[in-house]
Design a protein around this ligand. Structure first.
Ligand code: SF4
Length: 473
């Protein structure tokens, strides 16, 4: 590459956030002397001039949906600019290495991708930018047995990204809205839940982003209009002391800023004494990947909590004044018709209907390449082979009625994504109740939905949309 190297960073989908996965590497590449353009294809058209001008075109693949959506775009950019080097980075790049290479992707970076990407585009990284490098990734199957590099993080650079107001906003119970930003105070996770996409890449490791870097990123977003910040850490309490320092500093610097975090049930119970501090520093709600209320399934997923722990966490959060927003893998090979009704009944009895985004009640277990769940013997009888088109291991429920219910619940949710949560819950409950022949408690009336802040991006919170239902603009 003669002269200043030119990179184009592309995001295809990031759950309604302004893409952090473009802003962070953009800062590294600009520091390294590159000219960087960013394109968020969930909001803007692919600019052919940008594609033609780029020496390196890198796709951020933080989730399954983004990966599937990238395939058509990769083909298109190769047509427009056959000389550009194509790279992919993020959680889903290494686990889909073979498929990405077949599309012409030459370079793949998984965990802590900024240094590798900078070396690719700029030729080198500053000597102090990486404390320890992982072994180079060569094969199609990344094992996560390597040590994740320790990067010296720098504040993301959001220059060239669309304004925050173009992204998901938070609708408050009083009808007002808050412009939302997104940052990360840590990466990776200490835990090894079998179905989790973080695990094949981080393998139980997590990395702390220094407080001053987090605060600089928050300040930049507040200056750009953010009134609320989502912390996208896989688990905010992997490093509870660090987390507390960050939110206390946040409160001092921005007394009116609110935020939300994701914390696993096990950590909510262990660090229950910290919940009032979260509330006092502006935390509006805590998302938690509960996944199931069946202890056998929780054991298979290696979630580290039980149904009783979940119920206890709901009470703890409620008592602390920070609502719990549970997410679920509602359909998996071990759910029964009665079990699904039991899930809905439990949510009703725990008064959580307004807390749960309806899409959560339609989620079907997704098994990407490299999933630790594939090691579990209880999954084997249900597997039907890897499907290259969807990049997942297919599975079939032993009771076809359960698969039919899932498809019908998904269709119901898809038709009314932005409607009242309680009304939609009622419709799902009626459907499940009639199919299973199980009586269910009343789910109440739509007017009772007040109380929980909600993002206006209906897929928000761990759920991923079906790529066929999204249209690139
Ligand atoms: S599901 Fe949550 S706690 Fe479990 S490994 Fe993934 S990020 Fe960590």
């Amino acid at each position: 590459m003669a002269g200043m190297p030119r990179a184009l960073l592309i995001s295809t989908y990031d759950l309604g956030h302004q893409p952090f996965g473009l802003a962070s590497p953009a800062a590294w590449l600009r520091r390294g002397g590159a000219e960087v353009a960013c394109a968020d294809l969930s909001k803007q058209k692919l600019d052919e001039e940008q594609v033609r001008a780029a020496d390196v075109i890198a796709f951020h693949l933080p989730m399954h949906t983004a990966t599937r959506m990238a395939s058509g775009v990769i083909r298109k950019v190769r047509e427009i600019n056959p000389h550009a080097r194509i790279a992919a980075y993020g959680l889903y790049a290494p686990i889909n290495a073979e498929w990405l290479r077949s599309l012409g992707v030459a370079d793949l970076f998984g965990a802590e991708f900024e240094a590798g990407l900078t070396r690719l585009v700029c030729g080198s990284v500053p000597a102090d930018a990486v404390a320890r490098e992982s072994a180079p990734m060569t094969g199609a199957r990344h094992t996560a047995r390597t040590t994740v590099p320790r990067l010296q993080f720098i504040p993301p650079d959001r220059t060239g990204l669309l304004p925050l107001a173009r992204y998901a906003t938070l609708r408050m119970p009083d009808g007002t809205t808050r412009v939302a930003g997104y940052t990360e105070a840590s990466r990776g996770c200490r835990h090894l839940c079998r179905h989790c996409p973080v695990v094949p890449i981080y393998g139980g490791q997590f990395r702390v982003v220094p407080g001053h870097v987090v605060l600089a990123d928050v300040r930049a977003q507040v200056d750009a209009g953010a009134q609320h910040i989502t912390f996208g850490d896989p688990d905010f309490f992997n490093g509870p002391r660090h987390a507390l320092q960050v939110v206390q500093a946040l409160r001092t610097a921005h007394p009116h800023l609110t935020y939300d975090v994701t914390i696993k049930i096990e950590h909510l119970l262990r660090h229950r004494d910290l919940l009032p501090t979260l509330r006092d520093t502006g935390c509006l709600f805590i998302t938690s990947a509960v996944e199931s209320i069946d202890d056998r399934v929780l054991e298979i997923l290696d979630k580290g909590h039980t149904r009783a722990d979940f119920v206890a966490a709901v009470t703890l959060c409620r008592d602390a004044g920070v609502p719990l927003v549970p997410t679920f893998v509602a359909f998996h090979p071990w759910i029964t018709m009665v079990g699904y009704c039991e899930l809905l009944t439990t949510l009703t009895r725990l008064d959580l209907i307004a807390h749960v985004a309806p899409i959560q009640l339609a989620i079907r277990l997704l098994i990407p390449s490299g999933s630790r769940l594939l090691e579990h013997p209880d999954l084997a009888p249900h597997l039907r082979g890897f499907e290259r088109r969807t990049l997942t291991h297919l599975w079939q429920h032993p009771d076809p009625e359960v698969d039919r219910l899932q498809a019908d619940v998904a269709a119901l949710v898809g038709r009314t994504l932005t409607g009242s949560r309680r009304e939609l819950f009622g419709a799902i409950a009626a459907l499940a109740s009639s199919r299973a022949g199980v009586a269910m408690p009343s789910s109440g009336h739509a007017g009772e939905d007040a109380g929980i802040p909600q993002f206006d991006e209906p897929w928000y919170c761990c759920a991923e949309p079906n790529p066929e239902q999204l249209t690139l603009v």
